[in-house]
Every structure is written in structure tokens, then in C-alpha cells.
Design a protein. Structure first.
Length: 385
């Protein structure tokens, strides 16, 4: 298989802050001040979510733990007389569920598989050591293969049953995002501004060249039919032809407009009723016609948004970093505040059977909210020992 030489790219200050301050630099007192922002996956009445040093299954009926597993690094004697204790492994990416297993990538550079019924460990990859870099994005499963990317740009394909190696490919660029998959192709946005299409059967690139944006991409590509939608730190949303990677449109089409986004697109866009709902760090949700790329309206929610929204029927639910959860009616475009948790939210929202699930990073907990009334059905603390 073709392998490209790895490009050594200096990490940005953001990457250093995330990986060094919150994970690597533990000194003699590990684990303080760390957060994780895993999104939840719901399957057969169970919610699976990663956290700081744990993965858990929660009963969606009542919020009780079905099982809860600890993920920790091994301690060491350290140097200069400073013993380094075992430290919690953050889970930043969302879990993936297929068959009887749930899969997750850890910030320790390993991929884990647990049984969905009891949480028993089924396999870990690699069997010893790690992949050489942190995993920030989530896992994704397609056709009995689990895919995962490291921040160093290595894409791995593993057997879902036993975790055996199938292939890997070195993009040569930093990857924070969870891959998206459709029609035998992985679509991956990179921190180095590009979007790649990789054949899942061969591990080779499919497009003649990657699509280049003007800024880092940390959110997942959204796939709808023959079109890909990409959110970039360059304050643009792009629509691409899925087969060729050629651009269809971009919003905004010109820079410098008064209504143009002011900050990054951190969250993945959401498609609902023919429009793209793109939440921005400037506190606005940009509603864009999915066909033309024209701006329909911009809805100001008053606080930064990094959590990926979800659609429920004709409503799009959005959580701000300050903890307010809004619904936006896709017909009238009216907004309504459904719940103010007054807690920091940066993890993606999840939805199942008209219940919106919210993972807070301050006083970490999972909340189950009725999408019609905003009533909290149950909440389960995740920051307990």
C-alpha cells in the first residue's frame, strides 16, 4: 500500500494547550482540571458515552448506569524523585456501536472495544504500546470494519470482532475530526485545512487532490446524497461534490460582508428541511440554503456554540457553551429557550425517540431532556469517583 512520508507540522498553541496542559503535563498531581467532550451514542435503550477516564452505558429509561469502566494509564516511578501515578485517560471522540460491541478511541493512543451488555473488555489495539499519537476524534464502523484517526494523521482500519489490523494510511496532516463514511469512502477533514476521500477497500486516496479550505477543520463532514458539507475555522461552510471533491458553493461567497460569520465553525453543521444549520463560535446559527449556499438568516443565541446541534422533526436543538439549550423551528425560524442548565456544554448533542441528550463539561453529567417541553427527565452525574 502506498505510504506517504509524514509531514512534521508544528502544533498550534491550541493543540499544545489541549494535549499538554490537560493530558500530558501531569507532574506529581495528575488529573486536575481535565475535561472530556465525548458525544453519546444511543442503541437499544442504552446510551454509551466516554468521559475523563471512563466509558459508561446508561439506561435511557431512568438514567441508571448499566455498567461503568475505568480507563487509566499505568503509573511509573518518574524522574527526579517524582513518582507519576496512574492518570485518567480522556475520551474526546464519540463512541460507535456495532453488533455486540461499543468502540472508543482514547487520548492514550489506543482503540478499545467493550461488550455492550456488561462492558467486558473484548480487545485493545494496539496489543502493546500505542499508535504514537493522541486520538481526538471518534470511531466509526462500516461493513465490519472500525475506523479511527490519530492527531498525527494516521488512519487505521481494524476488524470489528477482534481488533486485528487491516490497513493504515498516513494522510500526513493533523486530524482532530471523526471520519464520515458513505459508499465505500471515508471523508476526513484535517487540522491542516484539507478534506480527503479515502477508499475503504484499499486505503488509497480517491480524489485527484484534497479539497483545501482556508482554515483548520475539526468537525465531521456531513454527507447528504451526492453532496458533502464542511465547516471550517476559516469562517466558511462548503458544499462539495462527493465523487470528485469539486466545490459546489461556499458560504459566505465573498469575504468582508456585514452579516458574515465573525468566528470559527467548531461544530458540525446539521441538515434539516433543505437548510444547513451551522452553529458558530460568534453565538449565531447561520441558516443556509443547502442547494444554493445562500444565507436564509442568522439567529443570534448570545453565546459561543461549539456543541454540534441535532434535528428532531421540524426543530433544530442548539446548546450554547453557557448552558442554554434552544429549539429553532425550521418553518418559522423562531427560537425558544428550552432549558438553561447554567453549565458549560461543548460536547455534541444526541437524540433518540424525541429525547435530547446533553453532556455537560462543568459538573459533568448527562441530561435527558424532553424535546417538546424542555423538561429534564433524568440527569446522571459523570464526575463521581
Amino acid at each position: 500500500m502506498k505510504r506517504r512520508n509524514k509531514i512534521l507540522i508544528a502544533k498550534t498553541l491550541m493543540l499544545v494547550a489541549l494535549l499538554v496542559i490537560t493530558f500530558v503535563v501531569t507532574g506529581c498531581a495528575a488529573g486536575t482540571g481535565q475535561v472530556a467532550w465525548s458525544g453519546a451514542t444511543i442503541e437499544n435503550g442504552a446510551l454509551f458515552v466516554g468521559s475523563l477516564g471512563r466509558i459508561a452505558a446508561i439506561d435511557t429509561a431512568n438514567g441508571n448506569f448499566l455498567w461503568d469502566k475505568t480507563l487509566e494509564t499505568e503509573g511509573s516511578s518518574g524522574g527526579f524523585g517524582c513518582a507519576i501515578p496512574a492518570s485518567k485517560i480522556p475520551i474526546y471522540g464519540s463512541t460507535a456501536v456495532a453488533g455486540e460491541l461499543v468502540y472508543v478511541g482514547g487520548a492514550d493512543g489506543k482503540v478499545y472495544a467493550f461488550t455492550i451488555d456488561t462492558g467486558a473488555s473484548r480487545w485493545v489495539y494496539p496489543r502493546s504500546g500505542n499508535l504514537g499519537a493522541v486520538i481526538l476524534g471518534g470511531t466509526v464502523v462500516n461493513q465490519d470494519i472500525v475506523y479511527v484517526c490519530t492527531v498525527a494523521g494516521d488512519v487505521y482500519a481494524l476488524d470489528v470482532v477482534n481488533g486485528d489490523y487491516i490497513w493504515d494510511y498516513d494522510i500526513g496532516e493533523d486530524v482532530w475530526a471523526t471520519p464520515a463514511v458513505a459508499d465505500n469512502t471515508l471523508y476526513i477533514g484535517t487540522f491542516d485545512k484539507n478534506v480527503y476521500a479515502i477508499d475503504i477497500n484499499t486505503g488509497e486516496e480517491k480524489w485527484q487532490h484534497p479539497f483545501e479550505t482556508g482554515g483548520p477543520i475539526i468537525s465531521s463532514v456531513v454527507i447528504d446524497g451526492d453532496v458533502l458539507y464542511i465547516a471550517s475555522f476559516d469562517r466558511h461552510i462548503y458544499a462539495l461534490n462527493k465523487e470528485s471533491g469539486e466545490p459546489i458553493w461556499q458560504y459566505p461567497d465573498v469575504d468582508g460582508g456585514e452579516e458574515n460569520p465573525e468566528k470559527w465553525f467548531w461544530a458540525s453543521p446539521v441538515l434539516c428541511n433543505g437548510s444547513i444549520y451551522a452553529a458558530n463560535m460568534d453565538g449565531k446559527v447561520y441558516v443556509i440554503d443547502a442547494g444554493s449556499g445562500g444565507l436564509v438568516t442568522a439567529i443570534d443565541l448570545g453565546a459561543a456554540i461549539s456543541s454540534t446541534p441535532v434535528a428532531v422533526g421540524d426543530e433544530v436543538f442548539v446548546a450554547t457553551e453557557e448552558g442554554r439549550v434552544y429549539s429553532i423551528n425550521t418553518t418559522s425560524l423562531n427560537q425558544e429557550i428550552m432549558r438553561d442548565l447554567e453549565l458549560r456544554i461543548i460536547a455534541p448533542l444526541a437524540v433518540d425517540d424525541n429525547i435530547v441528550y446533553i453532556h455537560t463539561q462543568e459538573k459533568e453529567a448527562i441530561y435527558a431532556m424532553n424535546s417538546e417541553t424542555g423538561t429534564i427527565i433524568w440527569d446522571t452525574p459523570m464526575d463521581i469517583e
